[in-house]
Unconditional design. Structure first.
Ligand code: 13P
Length: 248
């Protein structure tokens, strides 16, 4: 039985002091033994948020990471910096990074491998544009993202990894994928993992849905057989996140 994983992606929101305030507000609301609860926060918020989350069930994640160990990469953040600060998860290949910062599947693959090498669990994002959905190439596009993203990742490593399916047209639009659409693609991703590895790996890997998840739609989405939780943007910055974490 896969444990649900419900993660907030704060994106470029919350100054360090606002971040601590938000954690203090959400702390009592997000207690849930049955799910992994992760706050993925801006790099500058990681240290104060980790401190504020001590003694709670909240695990801290980063929103990005570079694939080199250290050196002349001005503005980037390394895996050691993240682990030393207490980070357990990292969002990789979010569609916003692919779109605005030109991250490729090959870059995402390097980051996935580097995170795994350092014991950080990647939350690898994938998802189609509206145009691709209308053209009927959703699964082809996502299969490529997954297959390239998982190059040279072993089955044992893949089992620990999280994939977030986030249709780009559903992000920040208030337009959630229907439960059927979300389940269909998450099942397709699981089948793709079974093809790359085997049924046991596919049965263990956790696949989230993301894109306008809110307190009203979380229960139905997370009840689907292939949806193991959510990656939540806007609603993770509000008290509603407590309702999403305790969706049952
Ligand atoms: P919203 O929940 O705001 O649509 O954002 C989804 C997302 O991109 C999470 O990574």
């Amino acid at each position: 039985m896969r444990k649900k994983i419900i993660a907030g992606n704060w994106k470029m929101n919350m100054t360090p002091s606002q971040a601590v305030e938000l954690v203090n507000t959400l702390k009592p609301l997000v207690a849930n033994e049955e799910a992994d609860v992760v706050f993925c926060v801006p790099a500058i918020d990681i240290v104060p948020v980790t401190e504020a989350c001590k003694g709670t069930n909240i695990q801290v994640g980063a929103e990005n990471m570079y694939f080199e160990e250290s050196g002349a990469y001005t503005g980037e953040i390394s895996p050691d910096m993240l682990t030393d600060a207490g980070v357990k998860y990292v969002v990789l290949g979010h569609s916003e990074r692919r779109e605005y910062f030109h991250e490729t599947n090959a870059d995402v693959n390097k980051k996935v491998l580097k995170a795994l090498e350092h014991g950080i669990t990647p939350i690898m994002c994938c998802g189609e544009t509206l145009e691709q959905r209308e053209q009927g190439v959703t699964m082809d596009f996502i299969r490529q993202q997954v297959k390239v993203g998982f190059q040279n990742v072993t089955a044992d490593q893949a089992k620990t990894t999280v994939i977030a399916y986030e249709p780009i047209w559903a992000i920040g639009t208030g337009k959630t994928a229907t439960t059927e659409q979300a389940e269909e693609v998450c099942r397709g991703i699981r089948e793709c993992i079974a093809e790359i590895y085997d049924d046991a790996t596919a049965a263990e890997i956790r696949i989230q849905y993301g894109g306008s998840v809110n307190a009203g739609n979380a229960a139905e989405l997370f009840a689907q057989p292939d949806i193991d939780g959510g990656l939540v943007g806007g609603a993770s910055l509000k008290a509603d996140f407590g309702k999403i974490v305790n969706y049952k």
